[in-house]
Design a protein around this ligand. Sequence first.
Ligand code: ADP
Ligand code: ASP
Ligand code: MG
Length: 461
Amino acid sequence: MANSSIVMKFGGTSVGDAKAIERVTAIVRGRLAQRPVVVVSAMARVTDQLLQMARAAGSGDRKNALTLARELRERHYNTAGELLGTALFTQFHGDLGTEFEELEELLRGIAAVGELTPRTTDHVASFGEVLSSKLVTAALSAHGIEASLVDARDCIVTDETFTRAAPLFEDTNAKLGELVRPLLEQKLVPVMGGFIASTRAGITTTIGRGGSDFSAAIVGAGLGAEKIEIWTDVDGMMTTDPNICADARRIKVISFDEAAELAYFGAKVLHPATVLPAIQKNIPVYILNSRNPSCEGTRIAARAPHCNNFFKAIAAKKRITIVDVAAPRMLLAHGFLKSIFEAFDRHRIPVDVVSTSEVSVSLTVDSNESIPALAADLAKLADVKYEGRKAIVCLVGENLREIPGIAAHVFGELSDVKIRMISQGASEINLTFVIDEDQVPTVVQRLHGAFFDDPDPEIFA
Ligand code: ADP
Ligand code: ASP
Ligand code: MG
């Protein structure tokens, strides 16, 4: 296909310092014939630091906010200096400086008002990707690759749900066609920040933490790319988080559905929304390691080949709260569940796992959500209790419904563990349960030991 291109997304650690950015330039150089569009995250930890300074400013602590901003300035200047050499750095210095002045002015403004809104939070957070995209463009150019900076806020159009805005695909695709495609036609390498976007009115938004993966998929789908590469700091999607289980194996190939479940239930290596645009356009997604670029990584495709193991992977999502709603007076009343879900909907709080009995229902929500307000609302309907520090463990594999005794096998391994909720059957590919958060390492290690002691060589590396 003469007009095809690929999207290459580099995460925070892959652009975390000058050495990492140099690796990126080498990796991009190796793909020039495939006409890459490069999407980058903020440098490692920068988004956290920006949010920290926004909060400091919001609480009126101007000094702390500006000190943090100065540290960020130093880090970016040092990285640019290392990457570019004196002459180029002198040119580039002013460009970065303008961004930092704008950031500092914004922080002073927030501190003066003493209030941080979601809209200004997004504005502050956006600097991470604005800066890293400038840095990577300059580094590519300094290494003789003709790169062209695209401000993602000019192409990715979202609604106004600040901090987790949803893309408006029609507008976005039109902008990508208008602003990015011509660059590819001129044989330039477009470079843009992930995570950041703007409303139709041009106000900066972000699409949710870890959202650069999603940005890459939005761009890939919009341009009809041949593939989307997610470059990160591990060899691919693994049978479980390698930080929990040192003997986690690389999954060579996995289906979109399985990858989406894993991402949703805690496999941070991929943002859960990433697969949607890719599925719609049937674009394969690859997870690759920027520190080990010759490793073939994980291919995520429409269909995965048969696997001899029951499961492909185990994910765990911490910081979960269980909400128990018990309504003895409403025995068998129809409409009870509806009114409960309506309360969650009013507070815009998504529910992950649900289990019901005749008189009560338990639901899990992310502990970051504003649960006290929800609980007060639910208390009008029934007795409400909630309990934090829980975790969802999710085992993913194909055709689980067809395997006799699978639940007995899993829970047999955990006979001494307190299981709070269980869910299986909602999809054919997952078995999910809720435990105390501090049990995650033991539970995951034990299940991993039991189900991955003899991994199918066709599927696992
Ligand atoms: P990036 O900054 O490149 O977006 P992330 O930190 O968001 O990278 O995601 C990569 C991390 O995801 C890995 O370092 C690993 O600790 C974690 N992780 C959790 N579950 C998995 C899994 N099943 N496979 C691979 N990595 C995982
Ligand atoms: N920089 C953003 C974050 O830390 C987006 C990303 O890295 O994917 O959440
Ligand atoms: Mg990430």
